[in-house]
Design a protein around this ligand. Structure first.
Ligand SMILES: C[S@@+](CC[C@H](N)C(=O)[O-])C[C@H]1O[C@@H](n2cnc3c(N)ncnc32)[C@H](O)[C@@H]1O
Ligand code: SF4
Length: 446
């Protein structure tokens, strides 16, 4: 029997169960509307001078992992050998070299660099330093404000951490996810908690500017008792910043396929995941952290700083390199070829591997920035008036009013603020489709 699948772009407000098809809103308009016909406009934009008001960032996708976690929806490979990784990293460096020669990119300073994945910490020190040497020659990043690097705890050694520090990484992000070994194993994680404790002293000694730990509320097997213990142990590990995600089940995860195939998995419902999320944030606050977005807390004595997130959410330019990566440049969204063969094949022919794109209207740019910044918990109408010459209080009046009536949001016109309530922040991703233009309301997200 086939199961009914809610269309994610509209699966808003109160869906109780964690159904397959839920999404984390990372962009707008929905990815499924990007198209091949717009790709020539990307190439045109690259040959033109950049817009003056935008900063530039570089994202590098390292799509390798030791194991595929059963909840993961990223583009990752677990079967590539060292020589295939070498081929991929050479293609990645070549892609960045091609970008560095484009008039829209050439000579622009990098505001941030982001090594994302997959697992950037999976590759060897030799592979990493070779890649960085090549990239830095054409896009130096010594003056960038943030170099972020994602790690899976079990892939780190002291030597690798030293190399990561040496290439200039300022923000080290660890996929801790949970500190209960049965839960880690059940969910297909490659690491166990002892690996987090093994690397912690080395990380402390290397004194990174910022260490973040990711946790997921709602992994399979979680109970109140195990979650309380994970939160307590995370606080004891003393990271600068903690990110708590609520388990999502987009279509392409192992668990989603199991569920669609008829398996009855014990997945926590949204209410329970939000309760766990809220509990974690209360404990972090008691321990000296302050909330800086729907998902993050940061130590109170530190400036709230996540350069990559803020730059992207404020509509700046970012070149996303690597298989399936997403970019935004001169008002155009685009994505790279999502298959290994197509990505490498294009670069073998010295071509940029762009495969689908969307040029945003001014109204779409406004909606995109407004919904992404709402995830910070608070936005200012004056920011959008100054940047877009638009009155968001009027444009989105109906949606704000509805969310205000539902107790999700408060409009404080006098103090120039629209603020999500705690209730709203805990389910912000499900609220955002309310702001989508009618033509995107029934669109699949990815
Ligand atoms: C690219 S991974 C981080 C680095 C490394 N690959 C790792 O997992 O340790 C990014 C993060 O996405 C989160 N994530 C992945 N799949 C998720 C899902 N289905 N729901 C919620 N969060 C998820 C995890 O917290 C993970 O740490
Ligand atoms: S969560 Fe991280 S380690 Fe797990 S498969 Fe996804 S990218 Fe790889």
């Amino acid at each position: 029997m086939s199961k009914s699948i809610p269309e994610p772009a509209t699966a808003g407000i109160e869906s109780k169960d964690t159904t397959v098809g839920s999404v984390f809103v990372s962009n707008y308009p929905p990815y499924s509307t990007w198209n091949e016909a717009t790709v020539p406009e990307v190439h045109d934009a690259l040959t033109e001078k950049p817009r003056k008001d935008a900063l530039l960032g570089l994202y590098m996708h390292i799509p390798f992992c030791r194991k595929r976690c059963k909840f993961c929806y990223f583009r990752v490979y677990t079967d590539k050998n060292s020589s295939e990784i070498d081929t991929y990293l050479n293609a990645l460096a070549k892609e960045i070299e091609i970008y560095s020669r484009q008039p829209a990119i050439a000579d622009r300073p990098l505001h941030f660099v982001y090594f994302g994945g997959g697992t950037p910490s999976y590759i060897s020190v030799k592979h990493l330093t070779n890649l960085v040497d090549r990239v830095k020659k054409v896009m130096p990043w010594d003056a960038a404000e943030e170099i972020a690097f994602e790690c899976e705890p079990g892939t780190l050694t002291q030597k690798k951490l030293e190399a990561i520090k040496h290439i200039g990484v300022t923000r080290l992000s660890l996929g801790v996810e949970n500190l209960n070994d049965d839960i880690l194993a059940e969910n297909g994680r490659a690491h166990l908690s002892k690996e987090v404790y093994r690397i912690a002293p080395w990380i402390q000694e290397l004194d990174f500017e910022q260490v973040n730990m990711d946790l997921i509320s709602g992994m399979i097997g979680e109970t109140w008792e195990s979650w309380r213990d994970t939160v307590k142990k995370t606080i004891e590990l003393n990271p600068d910043c903690v990110t708590v995600y609520q388990l999502e089940l987009p279509f392409n995860t192992v668990y989603s396929k199991d569920i669609l195939g008829g398996d009855a998995l014990p997945v926590a419902d949204w209410k329970l995941k939000r309760e766990w999320h809220q509990y974690a944030f209360e404990q972090f606050e008691k321990a000296g952290y302050a909330q800086s977005s729907a998902y993050t807390v940061i130590k109170k004595d530190q400036p709230s700083k996540f350069v990559y997130r803020d730059a992207v959410w404020q509509g700046n330019d970012m070149i996303g390199t690597g298989v399936a990566s997403f970019s935004h440049l001169s008002g155009i969204h685009f994505q790279n070829a999502p298959s290994w063969g197509d990505y490498l094949g294009n670069l073998e022919e010295d071509k940029l591997p762009v495969y689908r794109a969307l040029k945003l209207t001014e109204a779409e740019k406004l909606t995109r920035e407004m919904i992404l910044q709402l995830k910070l918990g608070k936005i200012r109408p004056s920011y959008f008036r100054a940047k877009f010459n638009a009155d968001i209080l009027k444009i989105y009046a109906e949606a704000y009013q509805k969310l205000q009536n539902d107790g999700m949001l408060v409009i404080k016109s006098k103090s120039d603020e629209i603020q999500l309530t705690e209730r709203g922040l805990l389910r912000v991703d499900s609220l955002l489709p309310e702001f989508y233009a009618p033509e995107y309301q029934n669109t699949r997200y990815t």
